[in-house]
Design a protein around this ligand. Structure first.
Ligand code: HDE
Length: 697
């Protein structure tokens, strides 16, 4: 046995202790482990003791520094959007907007600006799962030459509330309940629905959240929205209203609720892993940036208020003009330093981009700056590398905790005239190019008495919810009604579900009836509406299914193999999948080896029990008679096929796999095909199958 004082250390010749170096010797010789203060560490395995069985010594500053730092490694998680995943990339302008905005980022076609994008769930903690039913954050930091512009949006274009003063109440109600600290990461509980039912303005957003938008397949396959109406300002100081849209190149794709539930067990990091792996493999996620541009006259004719974040302007009424592309091409180097420490501020705008009077946006302009101080601990959070602008930054703000730079000069105030005395005078304001708001006051209604009020049209809580409902396919409507049933069946207070349904009655009677039936309760009376809803034309753009891109690009295809699987069929399928821009993932009963038909042994990517079919967009059951006989007796294999069928996925199979399919209850339809037609079939889900496998509300 080695001397305990030197146990397990990596000693070089002459007794010198080295940092552990990789076997390829790639570390430079000088890469020694040091303390935070630069002192080389001789032994990183043993604390300093008085004798080899004696007490540890307080003077061991190496031990104390290391433990001290570890004890403080965590910072408060975000009060909302705590769980997030992020990536670096760029924004490229494809259409100039120089007529409506002077923002540099929108001037020259082909110009690229670096970005950092963070996606998130809202309700769960930082360590929660990726796939609960929830809204997703979609926050983009543009590092422009004129300073940072943060477009801090969501994957749903409306919000629950109209006024920032209700935000703490909304979030308190949806987070884990105050006394019992559950449930984690979801809205299916009493306090959320109690609050939501008392706040009819939540109704439009509730329909979105209960739709398949709330359970995205991938962060790469969701839309993003700036939500609020913002303003562009051009060189002449003229302002134009703008709404921002991100449209994913891969199309919008969601999961099915039963699948999302099972994904929480199969892979807590489903979205995080998917984003990381796509970027890592060079399959860079991409979105188009679109804008809806309009003026005050257009806004004044709409039957809803453009300052109300519970409303959209349908694309059919005001088309979305595509002006650029966002590409994510680099994973973070360090999760904490980048994804965790990034601080988004809706107040980060650049000359040419400005705010509207949306009372939700106005509240956000305060909240984000404020929250960064408690999260990151210092007013100097802007100096962290991920937050620092990539253009010159200079002012007279000084000092504060964690000041990282060393400002020079005698003057720390403006104006000053020290340059006249030969000293450093420092930067000056720049009226010509600096940020200034739009030129013109915009209408009488923006000034007036000081009142705690909302504009009149804000009182219409139902017309757009009805429009959304009417824009969905029958299958999407069934999902929405069933989600209401699922969530409300988790509410322990009997008086709350009827109140929710009372609001839904103002949206659509059939929806309300279906939810009541699903819960097994009587249809209550409608709640009085603050303003009578009106019928708006449906907007097909709001449906996922009507706009589905049929493709396997960016998707993951599971291939179930076992001993005896045809070697050529397997390699042909893998090649075809990769040529189509998808990823193949081979699943076998034993990860280490499956003996193929040609006698060769292959390794699988995942073991059957640990790789359920929810992880894939389509599945191939590539079994020989031998494999099929074996797997019909394996519950995980039967479940694998049964779930793929139940989740409306394409199933490609060999003839020999029929017994397994039969045992899993698979019925023949367009999505259950022989291996020849499989890749084509894999490009979509089979919504028509759903009534066969599931009783929806
Ligand atoms: Fe946020 N929100 N929010 N929010 N929000 C935060 O800021 C807040 C709202 C959104 O990846 C917090 O840095 C208020 C709408 C995203 O780091 C906090 C109101 C939209 C993220 C905050 C809203 C969002 C946040 C918590 C009502 C879509 C994550 C940590 C007026 C347009 C950003 C932080 C990231 C984060 C406040 C409403 C999107 C507390 C007061 C509407 C994507 O400042």
């Amino acid at each position: 046995m080695a001397d305990p004082t030197t146990y397990d250390t990596d000693r070089g010749e002459g007794g010198e202790t080295h940092q552990h170096v990789p076997s390829d010797g790639s570390h430079p010789a000088q890469a020694h482990l040091t303390t935070n203060h630069g002192v080389r560490i001789s032994d990183n395995q043993n604390s300093l003791k008085s004798g080899n069985r004696g007490p540890s010594l307080l003077e061991d500053f190496v031990l104390r520094e290391k433990i001290f730092h570890f004890d403080h490694e965590r910072i408060p998680e975000r009060i909302v959007h705590a769980r997030g995943s992020a990536a670096h990339g760029y924004f490229e302008l494809t259409e100039s907007l120089s007529d409506v905005t002077k923002a540099d980022v929108f001037q020259r076609v082909g110009d690229k600006v670096p970005v950092f994008v963070r996606f998130s769930t809202v309700a769960g903690g930082a360590g929660s799962v990726d796939t609960p039913r929830d809204v997703r954050g979609f926050a983009v930091k543009f590092y422009t030459q004129e300073g940072n512009w943060d477009l801090v949006g969501n994957n749903i274009p409306v919000f629950f509330i109209q006024d920032a003063i209700k935000f703490p109440d909304l979030i308190h109600s949806v987070k884990m309940e105050a006394d019992r600290a559950y449930p984690q990461a979801g809205s299916a509980h009493g306090t959320f629905w109690d609050f939501a039912s008392l706040m009819p303005e939540t109704t439009h957003m509730l329909l979105w959240a209960m739709s398949d938008r709330g359970i995205p397949r991938s962060l790469r396959m969701m839309q993003g929205f700036g939500i609020h109406t913002f303003r562009f300002v051009n060189e002449e100081g003229k302002s134009t209203f703008v709404k921002f849209h991100w449209k994913p190149k891969l199309g919008v794709q969601s999961t099915i609720w039963d699948e999302a539930l099972k994904l929480q067990a199969a892979d807590n990091d489903y979205h995080r892993r998917d984003l990381w792996e796509a970027i890592d493999s060079g399959d860079f996620p991409e979105w188009e940036l679109g804008v809806q541009l309009f003026d005050e006259e257009f806004a004044s004719k709409l039957p809803y208020d453009v300052l109300d974040s519970t409303k959209i302007i349908p694309e059919e009424i005001l088309p979305v003009k595509i002006v650029g592309r966002l590409v994510l091409d680099r994973n973070p180097d360090n999760f904490f330093a980048e994804t965790e420490q990034v601080a988004f501020l809706p107040s980060n705008v650049v000359p040419g981009i400005d705010f509207s009077n949306d009372p939700l946006l106005q509240g956000r302009l305060f909240s984000y700056l404020d929250t960064q101080k408690s999260r990151l601990g210092t007013a100097n959070f802007h100096q962290l590398p991920i937050n620092a602008p990539k253009c010159p930054m200079q002012n007279f703000q000084r000092d504060g905790m964690m000041q990282m730079s060393v400002p020079k000069g005698r003057a720390n105030y403006e104006p000053n005239s020290l340059s006249m005395a030969g000293e450093e005078g420092g930067p000056r304001e720049c009226p010509a190019t600096g940020f200034r708001s739009f030129e013109r006051a915009t209408g009488d209604q923006e000034q007036g008495d000081k009142l705690r009020v909302r504009a009149e049209l804000f009182a219409d809580h139902y017309s757009q919810a009805r429009m959304f409902w009417k824009s969905q396919t029958a299958s999407e409507q069934a999902h929405i009604a069933s989600s209401f049933v699922f969530e409300l069946s988790k509410v322990e207070f009997d008086h709350v579900p009827p109140r929710v349904i009372g609001n839904l009655l103002n949206v659509d009677e059939e929806l309300a009836q279906r939810v009541a039936d699903g819960l097994g309760i009587d249809l209550p009376a409608a709640n009085p509406a603050a303003r009578e809803p009106v019928d708006l034309d449906p907007s097909p753009a709001l449906s996922i299914q009507k706009n589905m891109v049929e493709t396997v690009k960016g998707r993951k295809i599971g291939i179930l193999i076992a001993d005896g699987t045809d070697a050529k069929a397997l390699s042909d399928l893998k090649n075809a999948i990769s040529q189509a821009g998808a990823t193949a993932f081979v699943v076998a009963p034993k990860i280490g080896k499956a003996k193929l038909s040609d006698g060769n042994v292959t390794k699988a990517d995942g073991q059957l029990a640990g790789s359920p079919s929810q992880l894939f967009d389509a599945v191939a059951v590539l079994l020989s008679k031998e494999g099929s006989d074996m797997l019909t007796r394996e519950a995980a294999a039967v479940q694998w096929v049964m779930d793929a069928f139940g989740h409306l996925k394409a199933i490609g199979h060999t003839n020999e796999a029929q017994p397994l399919l039969q045992k899993a209850g698979v019925e023949t339809d367009d999505g259950v095909v022989g291996m020849d037609g499989f890749l084509k079939a894999a490009a979509k889900r089979y919504w028509d199958r759903e009534p066969k496998v599931r009783m929806l509300a």
